[in-house]
Each structure stands twice: as structure tokens, then as C-alpha cells.
Design a protein. Structure first.
Length: 459
């Protein structure tokens, strides 16, 4: 009965999270008094282990809609039912047409769960036997909140610029489970300060190794810290965090062990995939369904014919080149944190810090497990004149359709060497997204602005 009541309480929490916080009805909604409110350590851990909320539906959909890894035909585009997909694809100024936005709603739902757990933990007095479990639960809650804030910042706040971060509007930083609190936007500087604070605290509390990949350990916290430091342009700290993660999780999947001709070459839901540092996924996006989406042909041609990713990631459906390489091992997209990304981040940081030989050595460790056995020729400074450029090219080839490309475009656009204008063609019309365009910041959902009065992002 207690478990049933807890599940019902969770459903009530989901209902609360789905409603605008300043509506009168929302403020008055409360779970039934007969329900068990999660107050025990077991109950609070159960909230964190609710995978349908904490591991599924990460906030990367808008990032995929706007990225340059794919294109769709005019006929496909015209049939898309969701405004955010249709308008997001062409970077329109008006995106949502009044519809709710999952990237926003799901992130703040995870934040609500995390805050509920954090407040519940503060009311407990753990026994010595419970202390480790209490610390792990607090670390998990802080990780989920920090990672959700990070995802939101990549969509709804400007890219970090030290000169303007204190004035640029960031995201609402909800730090309590009070659903009636009126949200306000903090600055970009405050946003990243909170992300770092949450993740650093999580790292200190989490175990070195989680018992299942659906739970974060220290390596996961360090990996998201590294992503954060990349956005801040702090390559030394990004390197430190990445190396710390690799000390705990460094195994790479040898693609020679895969059946690359299979419809889905990778293990279902990442089970048994040694590269998964922390498991998460994205809900299926209609614009990216097989048979609709076409992978960018220039990107596809950048894979060497001996590169096993060429067969493991792509296939032709009729005349359409489409993607099958999700680490979900199915149609939905993986947004998992992986060791492959760690090697690429380490290589990039080493290159930027003036250590090209060490950077290429790190990259070679990854690529040796991506090429046919015995076919890979190690990269050296003699055969690789542009070390950083090659690393960034491999980063794009490794991490496509994982929600990473958009955040990379945002940060790389600040460097003229890597800035890129994105182009779409629909119904005979050309659409462009120049580097550093205001449309690299997605609008806050219409219903949120109307209900809360939050200032909208200019487009």
C-alpha cells in the first residue's frame, strides 16, 4: 500500500510540474492527505530512481531540431505536426505557436524532483548506517539539478561571454520545491555559478562507481563539469575534470566486435555497453524518424571507408541516407554520457593548451577502436597539420544526434576559425543561421511567459 501511495504521490508531483506556477489552481493543488509523502530515505531514493523522469526525455530536442547533422525534404517538413519541430528546423522567430515545450517542462520536472529530495533529506537525521546512502541520494539530487540547469542554459540562455555574462539573462534557477514561488531569470554568470556549485557538491558526495548506469557516480559529475568548463572556455579545468572522470571510467567499445550491418548495431538501452558513464535518452522526435531524416552528405563523406562508424551509424532507406547509430540500440536517441566523449574532450583541451602530441595520442586511443582492425594509421603532428581542427572534426563524427552538436556550435562560433553559417532549403526558399545569431537562443515557452511574466529572449 505504501508503494502504491508513493506512486500516486509521484503522479500528483508530475501534475504540479506540468502547470504554470502562478495560476491560482496550481497554487491550491495538493496531493490527497491520505497519500504517503516521501519522507524516508527509501522514499526519496525511489524518486531519484524514477527513470521515466530522471533518465528519459532529456532536454536536447530543440538542439537537434536546429543542428546541422541532417536535413529533411520539403514534403516531409510540410507534414510535420509539431510546431516546434517544423519552425525549429528553419530557425523561425516564432517557434511554438502556443504549444507547451517538452525541453522546458521535462527539465523543470527533474529539478522539482531533485529539490523535493534535497528538502526531504535535510529533514532526516541519518544513522551512521544510513550516512552513505544519505550522501549518495544528496549527490544524485544535486547532479540531476545541475545537469538539468546545464541543459536549459544551452537552449534558453546566451552562450557564455565573460564580458557580458553578468548582464545577459540566464534561466530561472529554482532551488526549492515551492511550486508557488514566482520564477525570475538570473544572469548567465549566476546560471553557470549555480551549475558548477551543484555539480561540484555532487562530485564530492557521489560514489566512485554507481551500481547501475541509471545512477550517476563521480565520473558522471566530472563529465558534466567538463562540458560546463568547455562552455566557459576554461580548458585547464575541463581537462582536470575529464582526466578525473577517465580515472574511473575509461573503457572504450571496440567497434570490430559489432555487427555493423545490423539494423541497430549497439546494445538495446545501452545494456552491456562499457562506454556508458551515465544512461539517459531522448524521446523519439518525429522529424528524425527513419525514412524522413537525411544525414548531411558532407558529414557522411567525412568518414573514411575503413572507419566502422560509417557502417555502424548509417544506412540507406531507399535513396535516403539515415541514422541507425543511437547508443539506445533502437529508434530513440541516446543522450548518455560516454567515455568516447571524454577522450575527445581531453584531446581538445590538450590541443588548446599547447600539447599537440599528447592530444593526438588521446585521439588515437579512440580512433583505434573505431577503424577496422589493423587499418588505422595513428595520427601524428607530421601527418596532421591542424591538430585542433581534426579533433573537432572527430568530435562531430562521434557525437552526432546526441544533443552535443548544438552546444558545440554555440561555443565554436566565437572562434572565426570554426564559425559556421547553417543553411536549410525548404520549398525553394533558403534559410540561414549565421554564427552568433540571436536565434542560437531559443524562445522561452509562450505559456510560461504569459503565466509568469518572464522576459522573452529576442529573436
Amino acid at each position: 500500500m505504501k508503494n502504491r501511495n508513493l506512486c500516486t504521490w509521484v503522479l500528483c508531483l508530475l501534475t504540479l510540474a506540468a502547470l504554470p506556477s502562478c495560476e491560482k489552481e496550481f497554487l491550491e493543488l495538493k496531493p490527497d492527505k491520505t497519500l504517503v509523502v516521501p519522507t524516508t530515505l527509501e522514499d526519496l531514493q525511489a524518486l531519484l530512481d524514477h527513470g521515466a523522469v530522471m533518465n528519459t526525455g532529456t532536454s536536447h530536442a530543440l538542439a537537434e531540431f536546429g543542428s546541422d547533422d541532417y536535413y529533411v525534404s520539403t514534403a516531409t517538413w510540410q507534414l510535420l505536426p509539431r510546431p516546434e519541430e517544423k519552425n525549429g528546423y528553419i530557425w523561425a522567430k516564432e517557434v511554438y505557436e502556443g504549444q507547451p515545450v517538452n525541453d522546458w517542462d521535462y527539465a523543470y520536472r527533474r529539478i522539482l524532483y531533485a529539490n523535493t529530495v534535497l528538502e526531504g533529506l535535510e529533514k532526516l537525521q541519518p544513522s551512521p548506517a544510513q550516512q552513505a546512502a544519505w550522501s549518495q541520494a544528496k549527490g544524485m539530487a544535486l547532479f540531476h539539478r545541475g545537469w538539468a540547469f546545464f541543459q536549459l542554459a544551452q537552449l534558453f540562455a546566451k552562450p557564455y561571454d565573460a564580458a557580458t555574462a553578468a548582464q545577459d539573462p540566464g534561466i530561472p534557477l529554482r532551488l526549492s520545491a515551492d511550486v508557488g514561488a514566482v520564477p525570475t531569470r538570473q544572469s548567465v554568470a549566476e546560471t553557470y555559478r549555480q551549475i558548477l556549485e551543484d555539480l561540484q557538491a555532487a562530485e564530492a558526495l557521489l560514489p566512485e562507481h554507481a551500481i547501475v548506469p541509471q545512477r550517476p557516480g563521480k565520473a558522471a559529475a566530472r563529465q558534466v563539469l567538463a562540458r560546463t568548463y568547455l562552455q566557459l572556455g576554461d580548458y585547464q579545468q575541463a581537462l582536470t575534470s575529464t582526466e578525473g572522470a577517465l580515472q574511473l571510467s575509461s573503457t572504450l567499445l571496440d567497434y570490430n566486435t559489432l555487427d555493423t550491418s545490423a539494423a541497430f548495431p549497439f546494445p538495446t538501452q545501452g545494456v552491456g555497453n562499457p562506454e556508458i558513464v551515465f544512461y539517459s535518452n531522448q524521446y523519439a522526435l518525429e522529424i528524425l524518424f527513419a525514412g524522413r531524416v537525411q544525414v548531411d552528405s558532407v558529414l557522411y563523406q567525412s568518414y573514411d571507408t575503413l572507419d566502422l562508424r560509417r557502417q555502424a551509424f548509417f544506412y540507406y532507406e531507399g535513396d535516403k541516407l539515415t541514422f541507425k547509430g543511437s547508443y539506445e540500440g533502437f529508434y530513440s536517441l541516446s543522450t548518455a554520457l560516454t567515455t568516447g566523449e571524454l577522450y575527445l574532450t581531453k584531446a581538445e583541451c590538450l590541443a588548446r593548451l599547447g600539447q599537440p602530441e599528447e592530444a593526438l595520442h588521446t585521439l588515437n586511443q579512440l580512433l583505434a577502436r573505431r577503424y577496422e582492425a589493423g587499418a588505422f594509421e595513428p595520427l601524428t603532428t607530421d601527418n596532421t597539420p591542424d591538430v585542433l581542427g581534426r579533433i573537432l572534426e572527430e568530435r562531430r563524427k562521434e557525437l552526432l544526434f546526441r544533443g552535443v552538436r548544438w552546444q558545440d556550435l554555440r561555443r565554436l562560433n566565437k572562434d572565426p576559425r570554426f564559425a559556421k553559417t547553417l543553411v536549410r532549403h525548404i520549398d525553394g526558399k533558403r534559410y540561414e543561421l549565421p554564427p552568433n545569431d540571436p536565434r542560437y537562443v531559443w524562445p522561452i515557452p509562450d505559456n510560461v511567459v504569459q503565466a509568469s511574466g518572464l522576459p522573452q529572449n529576442p529573436r
